[in-house]
Design a protein around this ligand. Structure first.
Ligand SMILES: NC(=O)C1=CN([C@@H]2O[C@H](COP(=O)(O)OP(=O)(O)OC[C@H]3O[C@@H](n4cnc5c(N)ncnc54)[C@H](O)[C@@H]3O)[C@@H](O)[C@H]2O)C=CC1
Ligand SMILES: O=C(CO)COP(=O)(O)O
Length: 332
């Protein structure tokens, strides 16, 4: 099975490390030729995860996306959702053929509010059976440090998900398989919004007691939304306390590595959205997601008052303190 990786941010770099540590040869699409030369000469990404070292014999790097796709049976896409359209829009509609596509994206495409599989189906006529998502509580920095982590590989074709997951499994990475492809992706999008809110609460100097109540309520709201967005069964048999759902919400709300939490913390401390974006200099998917999810929930009449309040703080100029005074009244 020949893997291609698309993207060169922190998550793409961590996934490239896992695959090459496991002796897979990878074809890796990196946008910038200077980054490619640096990685080839110095054997680490100049911008992210400096401690992740790479063996040149296990990878071929190129800024030619068509070439990387042609060489690969399985494409792992780890580009932030805001850049998906600019990266993929020039490709021919039949470029993916029957290749398997694994999304590592935890966001919705801004503008269309689509999950990546919906975008691929619309633009490239790909099949849901060939699509998988990597989800679960996993910060790239901890993968680079080889701290034990758990990733869930989700796909309607569970057998194929298992085969792909097998290439990632190793002594610091345990893999789990799941078939709830829409549910896990929406949970991954929502947890970023709630983590951004947890950061706001922290910036406003709420304490751990409040935070635990906030996260417990956010978890219920997340599950309510995910259940409504299902396309197949009602999800009754699914374990929403599993790591792909609750686990990822917890790590993103609590971890000091979380960019969403960092972004929210700055908002809580009084930074404007622009200032927080400049200061962070990395992607906090929860910002755009708050608007996309707010719109989707409004259109579908789904009540998600915590996420809606975070949207109001970020996009509608509601002061963070009044937004959280409102959230206080919602919690049980
Ligand atoms: N970092 C992490 O620990 C994890 C990230 N994810 C998800 O992975 C996805 C990728 O995020 P990260 O790697 O963390 O992002 P990052 O903030 O580490 O890197 C940003 C990436 O975007 C690229 N970029 C910047 N401007 C661009 C443009 N105009 N066109 C195309 N690319 C551009 C940069 O070159 C860089 O590769 C996100 O959806 C994120 O939610 C999922 C799990 C863990
Ligand atoms: O998805 C993640 C952890 O599972 C990464 O979260 P952040 O984007 O907030 O850093």
């Amino acid at each position: 099975m020949q893997f291609g990786i698309i993207g060169s941010g922190s998550w793409a770099t961590a996934l490239a490390k896992i695959l090459t540590d496991n002796n897979n040869h990878i074809y890796w699409w990196i946008r910038n030729d200077e980054t490619i030369s640096y990685l080839q000469q110095r054997r680490h990404n100049p911008h992210y995860l400096h401690n992740a070292r790479f063996d040149n014999s296990k990878m071929q790097l190129s800024s030619n996306l068509n070439y990387i796709i042609e060489q690969s049976d399985v494409l792992v896409v780890a580009v932030p959702s805001a850049y998906i359209h600019s990266v993929f829009s020039t490709l021919n509609t039949d470029v993916f053929g029957q290749r398997k596509i694994v999304s590592a994206i935890k966001g919705l495409l801004p503008g269309t509010n689509q999950l990546f599989n919906e975008y691929l189906q619309q633009q490239f006529n790909t099949r849901l059976e060939d699509y998988f998502a990597i989800v679960g509580p996993c910060h790239a920095e901890e993968v680079a440090a080889e701290k034990l982590s758990y990733l869930t590989f989700s796909g309607v074709d569970e057998a194929a998900a298992k085969v792909i997951a097998g290439h990632f499994n190793n002594e610091y990475l345990n893999t789990i398989v799941n078939h709830d492809i829409m549910g896990v992706q929406y949970a991954s999008v929502l947890k970023n919004i709630y983590a951004l809110g947890a950061g706001i609460a922290h910036g406003l100097e709420y304490g751990d007691n409040f935070l635990s109540v906030y996260i417990a309520n956010a978890a219920s709201e997340m599950v309510r939304f995910v259940r409504k967005m299902r396309i197949d069964e009602d999800g009754t048999g699914l374990n929403y306390a599993a790591s792909a759902y609750l686990g990822d919400l917890l790590v993103t709300c609590y971890s000091l590595y979380s960019r969403n939490r960092m972004f929210g913390n700055m908002i809580g401390k009084g930074y404007s959205v622009k200032a927080a974006q400049l200061e962070l200099n990395m992607v906090a998917e929860g910002y755009n997601a708050s608007r996309s999810i707010y719109r989707a929930a409004t259109a579908m009449n789904i009540d998600i008052p915590i996420a809606a309040t975070i949207y109001n703080i970020l996009w509608e100029h509601v002061p963070a303190s009044s937004g959280f005074e409102h959230i206080e009244t919602l919690l049980v």
